[in-house]
Design a protein around this ligand. Structure first.
Ligand code: OTU
Length: 655
């Protein structure tokens, strides 16, 4: 019934379309896709904004926005859309390996980055998340997440032409470009905020503004603080407007008000704008926060999901080849909802950060045990078929310890004490800890804290190099490789972090910068030392051991079809609290199944081969470690895994 109504509604909209749009040739695919998605788009838009008197006008605007951006989309990108529609699981392939980087830290600017693409290819990277490049007020940028102009590149980093050239150069090399769209907030220097401050009520409606503390106080009762240390509270007084503005993040980041359809349409236009500038994937920042409700923590609200479904539906019409990444650092049961509920294919974001796995890996390194890791993976809900994880060890943010309290208890720890242990361990305040991290976001009220630091410094490379202890250096390198072996084999797109492939240590220079010194995340946003990077060619150097190790793992991963993310992973119960083991089964061809096992302990451990055989492994022939191409160590029918070692095992019929 509603479907019929929506059909005539679509006709209505089409007859009122701007003549400029109607005149356009080659709109066939647009109209077909609009027809196919209109019901979903219209019903979502109606659920969000159906009560408004200007609903029809806004709906018309929404369609015109999709149409105008379709017209602006290049033939080349439209061709790629068609290809991806034909091969719609293309991104689940094990061929993709990503890296996140700040273009200025990596190579001064966008042109420098383009000139360094060969380095990324040398390592095997073919998906690059270029961290925020947009114009932000210097000193109040939040690392690029306080955007002043969503269509303008920071002039220190480059220009729009540079991005276009970079996208082209990357596509030529078969690489994917990922860019950010910061959906939840703008800088307080964005022109919408400026116009709001100047008294334009239309722009005041873009934000959440309140004349007094009545509503803000109610919100505060249940909202959490994201940056308690530097930006306590969730509201900031604006003298010019004489109102409180909602600022969940920093006081200079004003939350956008998505109960206003104009905000949604503007942000859709920006998403499509960057899709048209060649982004293959858009990382949607802080998506959990898109809808605010009194009485809740203002995260993961149903409406936030509707907004994402709507944005996805519209993108499907204009730029169907473009994927969304959900940056939602939330509890496991909430994370998978960002793929879309009750669906097989992603209805919201095709890709989501696997923050749970990331934090659990850090737990295993510190405790040298895998109980919590195993439990956490078990309670990670299944993803949809056409959706995938972004598996990472480090990123530009802090490491939050957001595991489930119940899981922590089941693993035999007391939650508060255990989290405190982890923070102490990684900040080097625990006996014998080699880690050199720093606390982030300490909250005096709740006792919570998170962790900053580069991978190398957190696993002890910095302290080992200082003391010159060769064994400690070996250990740190082994842990770096072990962690990468996990994200490269877990199922999903591995996302390396720039600098990690050459063991980049903490950068303490942020402490001298007045605008950064209170935000320890800057410690792990390095400027790459390219001379040090050259050492990757020197036999025996730390850089070479890490770089070559990763390069091999990446190359091997790409050759293992079982690592494509088709929900083939099964956690194996092997009854050893220091090991993690999972298998990717190929049910049609047992000999292409792969068993991954990692040892998080400082001493070797073994697994009984007979037990593995009972589980269906290695019954046909001899065992081979795909990483080295060799037979793993076996003694007395026990598979031995060295301290901090790992295997990707498969069966080969030939001995
Ligand atoms: C994201 O962060 C970005 O990755 C951060 O760099 C930004 O500061 C922040 O948004 C504001 O734009 O919102 O959904 O613990 O993990 O703030 C999760 C801090 C986020 C970050 C968290 C995260």
């Amino acid at each position: 019934m509603y479907e019929q109504i929506s059909h005539s509604l679509l006709n209505d909209i089409l007859t009122k379309l701007d003549p400029e749009i109607v005149r356009q040739p080659k709109m066939r695919h647009f109209y077909t896709r609009l027809g196919a998605n209109f019901y979903a788009i219209h019903s979502m838009f109606r659920r969000l904004y159906g009560e408004r008197s200007d609903f029809n006008t806004q709906m018309q605007r929404l369609v015109e926005t999709m149409a105008s951006q379709y017209i602006a989309r290049s033939e080349y990108l439209k061709e790629s859309d068609l290809q991806r529609e034909r091969d719609h699981n293309w991104f689940l392939s094990q061929q993709w390996v990503g890296m996140a980087l700040y273009s200025d830290g990596f190579a001064d600017n966008l042109q420098g980055l383009q000139a360094k693409l060969h380095y990324l290819q040398e390592l095997g990277i073919n998906m690059v998340h270029v961290m925020p490049v947009l114009d932000c007020p210097p000193g109040k940028s939040d690392g690029g997440y306080a955007v002043r102009d969503f269509r303008r590149i920071d002039s220190r980093i480059g220009s729009l032409e540079d991005i276009d050239a970079l996208a082209k150069a990357m596509h030529k090399r078969g690489m994917l470009l990922t860019l950010d769209v910061v959906l939840n907030h703008t800088s307080d220097a964005h022109q919408w905020a400026v116009r709001a401050r100047n008294g334009e009520s239309a722009y005041q409606d873009y934000y959440y503004t309140f004349p007094d503390r009545e509503i803000p106080d109610m919100f505060e009762e249940t909202m959490v603080e994201i940056f308690p240390h530097t930006s306590p509270g969730n509201f900031t007084w604006c003298e010019e407007m004489g109102s409180w503005v909602m600022t969940s993040f920093h006081s200079y980041q004003w939350d956008l008000n998505y109960s206003n359809p104009s905000v949604l349409i503007e942000m859709l236009d920006i998403i499509l704008y960057w899709a048209n500038h060649g982004a293959d994937i858009l990382r949607l920042d802080a998506v959990a926060f898109l809808w605010k409700k009194i009485g809740g923590n203002c995260q993961n609200e149903r409406e936030a999901h509707r907004i994402l479904q709507l944005l996805k539906g519209c993108c499907q019409v204009t730029a169907p080849g473009v994927l969304f990444i959900a940056e939602a650092i939330v509890a496991p049961i909430e994370i998978t909802k960002y793929f879309g509920e009750d669906a097989i294919n992603a209805k919201e974001c095709e890709i989501a950060y696997n923050a749970t796995f990331m934090a659990l890996l850090w737990d295993a390194v510190a405790t040298k045990k895998t109980e919590l890791l195993n439990r956490g993976i078990k309670s990670l809900p299944d993803k949809l078929e056409r959706a995938t994880w972004l598996n990472y060890i480090r990123c530009h943010d802090d490491i939050g310890l957001g595991f489930d309290d119940a899981d922590i208890r089941l693993a035999g720890y007391e939650p508060t004490a255990h989290r405190r242990f982890l923070v102490d361990y990684y900040t080097g305040n625990f006996e014998n800890s080699p880690a050199r991290g720093q606390p982030f976001g300490q909250n005096e009220k709740t006792g919570d804290a998170r962790i900053s630091g580069t991978l190398a410094s957190l696993v002890g490379l910095e302290s080992a190099l200082e003391t010159g202890d060769p064994q400690a250096i070996d250990t740190a390198i082994n842990i770096i490789l072990l962690l990468h072996s996990m994200i490269l084999s877990f199922g999903g797109i591995p996302l390396l972090y720039y600098g990690d492939a050459i063991g980049t240590l903490n950068d303490y220079s942020y402490q001298l910068d007045e605008s950064k010194c209170r935000d320890s995340r800057w410690i792990h946003r390095p400027t790459i030392d390219w001379e040090k990077a050259e050492a990757r060619h020197q036999l025996g150097s730390v850089e070479r051991r890490i770089f070559d190790g990763l390069k091999t793992l990446i190359a091997v991963r790409k050759e293992i079809p079982a690592f494509a993310d088709f929900n083939s992973r099964e956690l194996l119960d092997i009854d050893n609290p220091h090991l993690l083991a999972y298998a990717h089964f190929d049910h049609e061809n047992a000999s292409s199944s792969v068993l991954v096992v990692g040892n998080f302990d400082t001493v070797p451990h073994s697994i009984d081969l007979e037990m593995l055989q009972k589980k269906g492994f290695f019954t046909l022939g001899s065992i081979r470690d795909l990483c080295t191409g060799e037979r793993p160590s076996i003694f007395n029918n026990q598979l031995a895994i060295p301290a901090h070692g790992f295997y990707w095992l498969s069966e080969s019929r030939s001995a």
